[in-house]
Design a protein around this ligand. Structure first.
Ligand code: C5P
Length: 206
C-alpha cells in the first residue's frame, strides 16, 4: 500500500503522514528532508545553492540512509534553501529513484512532499493534498519555532511561507499542485486529530 501526502509548507502534512504510517503499519518518508539535506551539503561545502554544479554534486553524493543532524535541517533558512535546489530538474532526477524504491518495498509506505501523487508515485493507492490558509500555516509554524526557542516573528514566518509557495507552485518541473485524482483536505479549521480522522475516511473511500 502506498499513500501519497502532498501540500504546501506547514500544512500539517508531515504530522499527518507520520500518524497515517503508524495507523496502517507502513514506513514513512519525509521527502522534504532529502531536498533540505542537499541544500545543507551545498552550504557545508562552502558553495551557493544557486550554483547548478554544486547542487548536482551534492544530490549525487547524498547518503540517503544517513540523514544526519535532522534538527538543523529543519531550521527556517533551510526550507528556503531547499526550495531553491528543488527547482532544479537535475537534482530532482537524482532523488527520484530512491523515493520510488522506498515506496515499493513491502509493506509499502506513506510519503509526504510536493509531487508524490503527481510524479513520484502516480499509482499510489490513496492521494491526499493537504492545504490550509497561509495565515493558519504561518501561525502554526511560528508557534512551533518559538516553542523550540527560535527567535522569529510571525510576519517573517508568513513571508517565508508565501515565498516558498510561490517558488514551489511556479517552477517548471514537478510544481506543487494536486494530482487529478487526489483528495483535497483543507486543515485551516481542523486540529491534528480532526485532520487525521478526515484523512482516514478519505483513504477508506479510495
Ligand atoms: O516539506 P519541506 O518544507 O521540508 O520541503 C522543503 C522544500 O523542498 C519545499 O519548499 C520544496 O521546494 C521542496 N520539496 C519538493 N518536493 C518534495 C518535497 C519537498 O520540491 N517532494
Amino acid at each position: 500500500m502506498i499513500i501519497a501526502i502532498d501540500g504546501p509548507a506547514a500544512s500539517g502534512k508531515g504530522t499527518l503522514a507520520r500518524r497515517l504510517a503508524v495507523r496502517y503499519g507502513l514506513r514513512h518518508l519525509d521527502t522534504g528532508m532529502l531536498y533540505r539535506a542537499v541544500a545543507r551539503a551545498v552550504i557545508d561545502a562552502g558553495a551557493d545553492v544557486a550554483d547548478p554544479a554544486a547542487r548536482l554534486a551534492a544530490a549525487r553524493a547524498l547518503d540517503v540512509t544517513h540523514l544526519k543532524d535532522a534538527a538543523s535541517l529543519r531550521e527556517p533558512g533551510m526550507g528556503e534553501a531547499a526550495s531553491i535546489v528543488a527547482a532544479d530538474p537535475a537534482v530532482r532526477a537524482e532523488i527520484l529513484a530512491f523515493q520510488r524504491g522506498f515506496a515499493d518495498q513491502p509493506p509499502g509506505a506513506v510519503l509526504d512532499g510536493r509531487d508524490i501523487g503527481s510524479v513520484v508515485c502516480p499509482g499510489a493507492d490513496a492521494k491526499i493534498f493537504v492545504t490550509a490558509a497561509p495565515e493558519a500555516r504561518a501561525e502554526r509554524r511560528w508557534r512551533e519555532l518559538v516553542g523550540n526557542g527560535v527567535a522569529i516573528s510571525y510576519e517573517q514566518v508568513l513571508d517565508d511561507i508565501r515565498r516558498r509557495d510561490d517558488r514551489d507552485t511556479s517552477r517548471a518541473v514537478a510544481p506543487l499542485r494536486p494530482a487529478a485524482d487526489a483528495h483535497l483536505l483543507d486543515t485551516t479549521e481542523l486540529d491534528i486529530e480532526a485532520a487525521f480522522r478526515a484523512a482516514v475516511d478519505l483513504i477508506s473511500g479510495s
